[in-house]
Design a protein around this ligand. Sequence first.
Ligand SMILES: [Zn+2]
Length: 393
Amino acid sequence: MLDIVFIVIYYINMLRTMSIPTDLAPSQFLPLMKTCSQIFNEHVKWSMENKTYNKGRAHKSLYADLRSRYPEVPSALIQSVRDTAMEAVRAQKFKRAPRKSEYGALRYDARTMSLRGERLTLSCIGKRGKTILKVPEYFREIFDNWTLKGAAVVWKKRDGRIWVHMVFETDTPRKTEGGVAGIDRGLRHLAVTSDGQFYSGSRIRANQRKYLHNRRTLQAKGTPSARRRLKAMSGREKRFSQDVNHRISKGIAQTPETATFVLEDLSGIRAKRRGKRLNKWLGSWPFYQLQMFLQYKAEKLGKEVAFVDARYTSQRCSRCGHIYKGNRKGGAFCCVRCGYTDHADLNAAKNIRDLYILSTARENGSVEQAAVNQPYATDFGLVASHQACPGGS
Ligand SMILES: [Zn+2]
């Protein structure tokens, strides 16, 4: 039996998106968007009817007909619309037919656009759209050094302009060599690393409670002076959390022997399993800010932050892999199968680290190497010795 349900890894510091308005004429792109939306919806209809999102089959069935009906649309764009449609159906798993609105976004790739310096050229109906991009200063370094992966062209009704969202990728994701650390995040501790660093969250949370109380009192008053004090207070609260987050993220990022920091991806279904109080805390902005600070500081040091979508990290034994709710008793972890004991958050952090190592080892085909680095990471179900858990049943 395999204990890990599924794992997804994102390297979010490898991709960056830049969104900027352009001077491209909407009158040139709107007709193309409209036609491409029709082509998209036709693909979806075909896909739902034939219960497949296979791009090759879609091409065989639809391409020639579409090409003759829409001769003005460049063939590479038809293909890119087909890819988008098939991926959209696949994401919905046939449960619902994805639809593109009349002037939905257009996806561009190497087949349909080119970038020379700041000059962007896009396939369109008739003559190609050309524009000089106004690259924001903060994006300059990425724009000059990273590779353009793809782009979406969007018409924003609000300002009536054509925007481009460009995705850049770095060729050198990792500059620093080093080990992997898992980081568990929770209510008692803002962060616990698998190498044993504990960062308490009690100060931020106590501070939040204090401000919440004062805020309610002042809001109830509602006088002009109360409003002024409310505003000043919210500034103080933000600065306090920011300060704590800066210190913690700096401490973690600078861990000398670590080059990869692994966090749980807390979005999606699995976050719902962790209780109301914890979810509220995980959704709070100081918490998100810590993650952003860590990414930023790690990146500056040539390190990376990775995410694993891993369930049961708090119930799983980091030594033998046994998953059982009763393994955890409050702040203590004690495996009912192998008797391993640890601090509960530390055990979770080790699980996060090992899930990442295991999944990258599978990708690189070197489970043996991972096994050498983390002798227990691959050891699912092999440890059979039973020891009594102190205080356990
Ligand atoms: Zn165990």
